[in-house]
Design a protein around this ligand. Structure first.
Ligand code: GDD
Ligand code: MN
Length: 413
């Protein structure tokens, strides 16, 4: 079973979520497909056959042999990837990727695009809520010169069939909030929440996209180099099989996402890119460190103060220090490095990050003491200034080494 079977799975790209140039060999080759359409799936066993068949029929008629469908399934317990794989015989333009170590809609789309060989990259939901025929209009818009073509519920011909008042309200509210936080991106499309669009590869080539949240379109517009945008109206129909994975969590992630995009594409973000130092991340890391100081102090007080437990000082300090390290780890994992940790969520991976963080911070403490002594004895004989310098050095150490080791983006197999 070692030979490559005709219906074998696509291997999952690892490392940074960056869109590559087209591989040299495929440029100008006859085999280069025009369109690579990613279909992200999670528990879509009831829909996958239908969507693959409808899309294939549609594209076989308009651009025969000139497209690929890429199903990216996150190891669905209902075996969606397996069903998809069994369809390859019948639909030779179909590719299937089964992800086992990462999860999430946005990163699924990016991984699919990374494996794609087309010059136009697209995405469509698997649940048939995105009407397939709109695809041809999107494609036409791109062929007529648009860099990006978005299926929109909020232009002529668009709508949301029978959404509840609450969901409409939340959807519009989210859009309004987006306009306030990130007008330069949200203002360019009428339906920034759309998960149905096509973009020219060259607009996002070389960009590392951030997988926080559901809204990959925002990333593409915010970080890409997108000129003309076209919109095509569509009615978001109801699901017949399976269920939506959208929960309140996605709303929180969305706001988080807007703020991140704002920060990383704003002035500070540009400067930070130019000098090659992640300023935003460093500031977050510093804030977390500050919170650790308070935690450390509080625990030290609770354990060792004569009016509380009155435990011995050294023992109390060791516990306080460790509690602070745990505190800092949790915040850094959830916030400072959320983009990295959100797609490495297994307990084993988390534990590994924690152990590394712990060791690095302890080494940082040793460095702290060392620098304090050196500076105090040989450079500036003022213990507080010397201590400030020592803290600064240890913080940079903690940040840099943790960035490279604990929350490193590349995964070594
Ligand atoms: N691989 C993978 N991993 N796919 C996922 C995941 C995941 O973690 N979560 C969801 N999907 C797939 C689903 O299987 C489906 O094909 C598609 O992504 C959309 O998920 P739904 O759960 O059906 O989302 P929705 O219908 O509530 O939201 C849709 O409409 C929104 C507009 O209101 C999506 O198109 C959103 O992108 C869009 O913003
Ligand atoms: Mn859906």
């Amino acid at each position: 079973m070692n030979s490559i079977e005709p219906n074998s799975l696509l291997s999952v790209p690892t490392g940074a979520l960056r869109i590559p140039e087209l591989p040299r060999a495929t440029i100008n080759a006859d085999s280069e497909p025009l369109l690579s359409l990613v279909i992200p799936t999670y528990k879509e066993a009831g829909n996958i056959q239908k969507i693959v068949s409808v899309l294939s029929n549609l594209l076989d008629e308009s651009i025969p042999g000139n497209y690929e469908l890429i199903v990216v399934d996150d190891d669905s317990p209902d075996g969606t990837w397996k069903i998809a794989q069994s369809l390859i015989i019948e639909y030779p333009q179909l590719r299937v990727m089964r992800r086992q170590n990462e999860r999430g809609l946005s990163s699924a789309v990016i991984r699919g695009w990374q494996a794609a060989t087309g010059s136009i990259l697209g995405v469509i939901d698997a649940d048939l809520q995105h009407p397939p025929h709109v695809l041809l209009q999107l494609l036409q818009a791109v062929e007529e010169g648009a860099d990006l073509a978005v299926a929109s519920r909020h232009v002529d011909g668009g709508g949301v069939s029978s959404w509840s008042f609450i969901r409409r309200f939340l959807s519009r509210g989210a859009q309004l909030l987006g306009l306030i936080i990130l007008p330069g991106v949200l203002g360019r499309v009428s339906d920034p929440m759309s998960g149905y669009f096509m973009i020219r590869r060259r607009c996002i080539v070389g960009q590392t996209l951030n997988p926080v949240g559901y809204k990959i379109l925002l990333e593409a517009i915010g970080r890409g180099n997108v000129g003309k945008i076209a919109e095509v109206g569509y009615v978001f129909s109801e699901r017949k099989e399976g269920e939506s994975k959208v929960t309140w969590k996605q709303y929180v992630e969305y706001i988080h996402h807007l703020i991140r995009l704002r920060l990383s594409t704003g002035k500070v973000g540009q400067f930070s890119q130019r000098i090659g130092f992640p300023i935003g991340r460093f500031l977050r890391f510093g804030l977390v460190g500050l919170s650790g100081v308070f935690v450390d102090m509080t625990v030290l007080y609770l354990l060792s103060d004569p009016t509380t437990l009155g435990l011995p000082l050294t023992r109390s300090k060791i516990i306080a220090g460790e509690v602070a390290i745990v505190n800092n780890f949790l915040w850094n994992d959830m916030w400072t490095f959320a983009d990295v940790s959100s797609h490495q969520q297994q307990w084993r991976q988390r534990l590994k990050r924690f152990l590394k963080f712990n060791i690095i911070c302890l080494a940082g403490l040793v460095l702290n003491v060392l620098v304090l002594n050196l500076v105090f004895n040989f450079v500036i004989p003022n213990r507080y200034i010397a201590n400030l310098i020592a803290i600064a050095v240890a913080t940079v150490w903690n940040f840099w080494v943790n960035l490279k080791l604990s929350w490193r983006v590349t995964q070594v197999k």
